[in-house]
Design a protein. Sequence first.
Length: 334
Amino acid sequence: MSDKLKHTISAASKVFILTDENVAPFWLPETEYWLGCENAVEIILRPGEKYKNLQTVQQVWKTLLKHHADRNALLVNLGGGVITDLGGFAASTYKRGIKFINIPTTLLAMVDAAIGGKTGIDFGGGKNQIGTFAEAEEVIIDPVFLETLPEREIRSGMAEMLKYGFIADANLLNVNLENYQQYITQCGEIKREIVAQDPTEKGLRKILNFGHTIGHAIESHSLTTDCPLLHGEAVALGMIAALWLSVKQCGLDEKVLQDYEKKLPILLSEAELNLTEADVAPILSYLALDKKNKGEKAQFVLLEVVGKPVWDMEVEPELVKASLYYILNKVSRQ
């Protein structure tokens, strides 16, 4: 344990640990022991994106109030992206902000959600519509947590790792089920470097949204069905659209798209893909809620070449719709 972490914990007036029902049986007692926080107040939530909402945040706030948490309290977020996003938001708004630590337990959270100082909850049908920019005191990355992670979650995290390959380092396009752990640190370093240059997403940081514009819309729609997708699975689909649009609008070599499509059976092998033409309209309606929109126009991150993304790209509505049909065509062959 680092000296900074020891000081943060010892200086806290009270420690709270936020986790969910999936993680708690495996890692909550061990984490309390390792942190020396056996007397911490446990807050255990129901798991899943559908609970990443204001009602759940209120549950966290009420627990903090019940146990008289003051401004010197510490919230430890132990879990995947839902926990670190929601926990960070709850901490950053309670009494105008208390300190929090993120301990990501999923691959996706380790390489993306838990780092970078963004917090948020879903609202009004849209992903991360409400949130803050707030940095965790520390983010503790330990691959040991991946030992109990279902392989579907590993595949989901790999999609985010491939994103870094497209926007920053082509070597990351070699990520697979056998070698992904060796790239975790590199992905985190890429994100931290980008965030350091643009912490509040005025420009460069927008490239981290590659594949997420349509990906978030697909994810939001899937949450209303009996077959919800994991975040990384939706991003994997969103990257099909982003690459296809890049070919059409930015002159990206079509081979980049074709090579990526060969990876889809691995990324989506456990996803229930029941997308049909009837899903296009509702997905487009969720796209209209995207927080990156300017007016009513969606803003895309596209590629000129691998490692050279461009942001704030406007795409004609018909071409956006065509990219969704392209996705449908691809997943129907999976």
